[in-house]
Design a protein around this ligand. Structure first.
Ligand code: GDP
Length: 525
């Protein structure tokens, strides 16, 4: 086994989109190409349909599906590809943010008729923060879409990233003819008569070949004009700019019709980065270091309420992970062995003997692990770049059953470790405050506390607009701030100071009055 080679052939990425843009469909087509699944419909959407059935039933269904599809690994043309699934529902956005800490690149799916939508904008902010390389797939070209130039302008403006088309659509909707592949310099034709085809037909017809007319008339002149403009407006595709997260190559197609997907995948394996350097508080880690390092980015509770076991997802950052070898769990200082670590190959979960940088391993957890926990062969490291994100909704949480105080404390503790929500303790009165990204999380917590821990909680409203982590070199100002804002100060789970602003007005006023204090919207800065 050659570690270098294994690293070079790995591509670990996530597909993100606004719900309904076609993420599930695209994932499925990619898996079909990899031979990881054999029939369409094998990948279940992990969408929560609000109101369809009881929300709790939906939550359970969602948890079931997302364990199965958390990581989908497959082989394609000598590459080992790991797709990390992200929940579509916005209430689970924090889960998606965290998943983005474990990927080396991202594919964004945009609905060609709708353009850039809210959820995509938020997720792109996380990519930008981490300088994650992104590719864009503009989907649903078989339907009437916006003008491609307008779409590209919209992406640049809304997602704040430069774009470079590597394919170009020839009309859309009922008259959609196909795309011109600018990367391979050839025509890909779309056949509407036969929607179930595995792919379009690639023809070695160049743009200036008069024969092109017989395939794409009456759009020949239009295509030539468009491409002249493309070449004039957009600089040549530059691999390094893409890898630095500065420019996003853009593809057009129709995931449902499996059109443009192979072009996307073939380009993806050529240009998307393999696992690179990871950062810890102590030092940078190169993936080809012989010793294992990795961190937990996601924890999944068991569906069965009688077994509180969980699966922790470990991202391998360097070295080789081996079954039954003892590793240091840095936070507890304990050595741990795993007899049945699992890998995920599409629908199947299987026990593995070894895994390499870029891979995700599922570890059995009886409640000891937290998001961000580091594993090594002895070195005391702590990975950075796995922040908590400032929650948006807040409530006091109270014990509703005096006999079950311990159960509640344990349940809340474990659910927070899992990253379901964040817990803050008010400095003023010591009350516990739960902060979440989505409203559904409060229901999830209440339901799971009762069904998994036998505890009952009650929520009380609290007026908070935003939680910000604060720091300052100006001690005097910080001390003054603490005194004046005493009623709004809290500690997070790691004991760091957080300012709970009542309103956006109060926050901007505080920022203005205390210019030397930095207000952070993620827990890492
Ligand atoms: P997700 O929420 O992003 O995972 O979206 P899905 O993959 O579930 O797709 C949402 C809907 O759009 C489904 O009904 C798909 O069949 C449909 N869809 C996906 N891709 C295409 C496409 O290329 N063309 C058309 N017309 N519909 C599509």
């Amino acid at each position: 086994m050659d570690l270098q080679q294994e690293i070079a052939r790995r591509r670990t990425f996530a597909i993100i989109s606004h719900p309904d843009a076609g993420k599930t469909t695209l994932t499925e087509k990619l898996l079909l190409f990899g031979g990881a699944i054999h029939v369409a419909g094998a990948v279940k959407s992990n969408k929560i349909k609000k109101g369809a059935t009881s929300d709790f039933m939906e939550i359970e269904r969602q948890r079931g599906i997302s364990v199965a599809t958390s990581v989908m690994g497959f082989e394609y043309k000598d590459c080992k590809i790991n797709i990390l699934d992200t929940p579509g529902h916005e209430d689970f956005a924090e889960d998606t943010y965290r998943t983005l800490t474990a990927v080396d690149s991202v594919i964004i799916v945009v609905d060609g008729a709708k353009g850039v939508e809210t959820q995509t904008r938020k997720l792109m902010e996380v990519c930008r923060m981490r300088k994650t390389p992104v590719m864009v797939f503009i989907n649903k070209l078989d339907r009437p879409c916006k003008d491609p130039f307008d779409l590209l302008d919209e992406i640049e403006a809304e997602l704040k990233i430069k774009v470079r088309p590597l394919a170009w659509p020839i009309s859309t909707g009922p008259t959609f003819k196909g795309v011109y592949d600018l990367y391979a310099d050839r025509l890909s034709l779309f056949f509407t008569e036969d929607k179930q085809r595995a792919e379009g037909v690639e023809l070695d017809v160049k743009l200036d070949d008069p024969a092109i007319d017989q395939y794409i008339a009456p759009f020949t002149k239009h295509l030539r004009d468009d491409l002249e403009l493309v070449e004039g407006v957009y600089p040549e595709f530059d691999l390094d700019s893409y890898r630095r997260g500065e420019v996003a190559p853009v593809f057009f197609g129709s995931a449902l019709n499996n059109f443009g997907v192979r072009e996307l995948l073939d380009c993806f394996i050529r240009i998307a980065p393999s696992p690179g350097v990871s950062h810890t508080e102590q030092r940078d880690i190169r993936p080809d270091e012989p010793k294992l390092t990795g961190f937990i980015f996601k924890i999944h509770a068991n569906m069965d309420p009688n077994h509180r076991d969980r699966i922790a997802f470990l991202k391998i950052c360097s070295g080789v992970f081996e079954r039954n070898k003892s590793y240091l769990h840095v936070p507890s200082g304990k050595g741990m062995k795993f007899a049945a670590p699992t890998a995920f190959m599409a629908e199947k979960k299987s026990v593995i003997d070894e895994a390499f940088p870029g891979d995700i391993v599922g570890l059995h957890d009886t409640g000891n692990f937290k998001i961000g926990d580091t594993f090594t062969e002895g070195e005391k490291l702590r990975f950075t770049g796995i922040p908590s994100f400032s929650p948006e909704l807040f409530r006091y949480i109270e014990n509703a059953d005096p006999m079950k105080f311990k159960q509640l404390a344990k349940g809340v503790d474990q659910l927070m470790d899992e990253g379901v929500a964040q817990l803050f303790t008010s400095k003023m009165n010591g009350r516990k405050i739960i902060g979440t990204v989505g409203a559904l999380q409060f229901e999830v917590i209440e339901y799971r506390l009762e069904h998994e821990y036998g505890a009952k909680c009650r929520y009380e409203p609290i007026q908070i607009h935003k939680a910000c982590w604060i720091e300052s070199d100006n001690r005097e100002q910080l001390e003054d701030f603490r005194k004046r804002k005493y009623n709004n100060m809290a500690l997070d789970k790691r004991g760091r100071e957080v300012f709970l602003a009542d309103t956006s007005y109060a926050l901007s006023l505080a920022m203005e009055k205390f210019p030397d204090i930095k207000f952070h919207f993620t827990s890492e800065f």
